[in-house]
Design a protein around this ligand. Structure first.
Ligand code: PRP
Length: 222
């Protein structure tokens, strides 16, 4: 790790749905910076007083920045973290961004059992997680990696099914898809680079302690 980076705690935040929830939670422990926004074109935003650097990255890249130590800390969904297979510490379940991963198929062409989909094509942004799931069921599948709008796969005949995340269920409903298997639950996690965790132990430990205390008092107030 470069010496100049030692003074700062660098935090990778994901663009998109988790951004404002992450920034709001960090603000509660005093981790803020002027101009911190996922709309900003500025990639690194620094709080000089507190020696914090925020980097705002594409969601799927957060575990990469953290694994390589370009960021000490990151916030990322458990789904994306598992899919990335990156070697990082998972420090805390932040409780927001709750969703689940599932398999869905066209409602009108639903087959009687899960096994009836063996050897068919599944469209997904999560091929590693999907493969683990189908392997556990002894099913060989053909995986088609998509980067978004996964629900389109079966509609246009690209695949027989999808493996994707569901939050409200609206996207499935509006596209006549039906969930047929629950794969795993997910929520936002605080992750850390393994070397940073040792070298910046006091700062990271304090951050985790402060976040935990906020989360506990919010949970108690519910
Ligand atoms: C995610 C996911 C579903 C949708 C689920 O997509 O891939 O399409 O959200 O949400 P719902 O259950 O509340 O309808 P996202 O909005 O991240 O965009 P994407 O299609 O680019 O992956």
């Amino acid at each position: 790790m470069q010496d100049s980076n030692m003074e700062y705690l660098t935090i990778a935040l994901p663009k998109g749905k988790l951004f404002s929830l992450s920034a709001d939670l960090l603000a509660k422990i005093g981790y803020t910076a002027d101009g911190l926004s996922d709309k900003s074109r500025k990639l690194v935003i620094t709080n000089e007083e507190k020696k914090i650097k925020f980097i705002v990255s594409k969601t799927a890249d957060v575990p990469t920045y953290v694994e390589y130590g370009a960021a000490d800390i990151g916030i990322i969904g458990k789904d994306v973290l598992l899919e990335s297979e990156k070697d990082v510490y998972e420090l805390l379940d932040l409780g927001f961004g709750k969703c689940h991963l599932m398999m869905a198929v066209p409602r009108d062409e639903k087959r009687p059992t899960l096994m009836d989909y063996a050897h068919t094509r599944v469209a997904t942004k999560f091929p590693h997680i999907a493969e683990r799931f189908f392997n556990e069921h002894g099913m060989q599948m053909e995986y088609i990696k998509l980067n978004g709008s996964i629900e389109l796969g079966p509609i246009v005949g690209l695949s027989e099914s999808i493996v994707d995340i569901v939050e409200t269920g609206t996207t499935l409903k509006e596209n006549n898809l039906e969930e047929i298997a629950w794969i795993m639950g997910a929520s936002a996690r605080l992750i850390a680079n393994r070397v940073s965790f040792k070298m910046k132990f006091d700062r990271i430990h304090t951050m985790v302690r402060d976040l935990r205390s906020i989360l506990e008092s919010e949970a108690a107030a519910k």
